[in-house]
Design a protein around this ligand. Sequence first.
Ligand code: CP
Ligand code: NVA
Length: 302
Amino acid sequence: MKKDFINFYELSKEELLEILELAEKLKKGETSVNTLKGKSIGLIFMKPSTRTRLSFEVGVYQMGGQPVYITGSSTQLSRGEDIKDTGRVMARYLDGLVIRTYSHQEVEELAKYFDKPVINALTDYLHPCQILADLQTVKERKGKIENIKVTFVGDGNNVANTWLIAGGLVGFDVSVATPAGYEPSGKAVYQALKLAQKTGAKIEITNNPAEAVKGADVIYTDVWVSMGQEGEKEKKKDFEGFTVDRDLLKHAPSDVLVMHCLPAHKGEEISEEVFEQYADVIFDEAENRLHAQKALMHYLFK
Ligand code: CP
Ligand code: NVA
């Protein structure tokens, strides 16, 4: 049966740990993978991207495959051809699909009609490839991803939703602090809690960032206005007090890691000073997109 990576829990905890181990070896140059030799992988991007596009294009090439970059506007999708037919047509040429789009349901539907691996490169609901690379980064820096606390401060968006589900799956505590009205998706909280029944992860949703960062191993943030929400810029005024800055860090342990998926809006969700203080970690996260996704593709296509 084909394997996809659309939600985070398509991987078991064991598979996830195996992928992270391979990612680590790939990064150190201890091994290489040419699992995609002779394979063509379509990369559909209906939203902009710097890191995800580049890391997939380069990663597919390094694994011996051909990346085929497809913009939303350049396909018949933009003229109303449906997902069902698009998936069936693409499966006649391509060996795998990476897709970044708005609707999560559309990606799930595509995976029903495209009978080879489909990877979610970000939807309005989730960003699983990002958190995969972030877990590699946390493991490098903290030596573990279990028994830790990750605090997400900001908008309860796709990245926050994915952290919740990842915490539930792996068994680490996740606290998400947002202004009232910007909490993460109820579905993500439900999925996280369901997974946490098995792993014992604590899942907390709060409107108090100073309390949430207490005891945190990682403080994570992301933009207040995500792609597709550009018309909602007004919402920024509701985020006062939710900037990851020096004042907020006073409430966290001194060895806390500050992470950001990028792109960053400095002066909004993170102060320039804190961003620069943790720039090494933040750019490692960006680099690890390449290694983690190669390990993921090896697992999906081997
Ligand atoms: N973090 C991330 O996914 O970046 P891009 O939008 O540049 O791909
Ligand atoms: N939440 C952001 C993540 C960007 C990588 C967005 O969806 O725009």
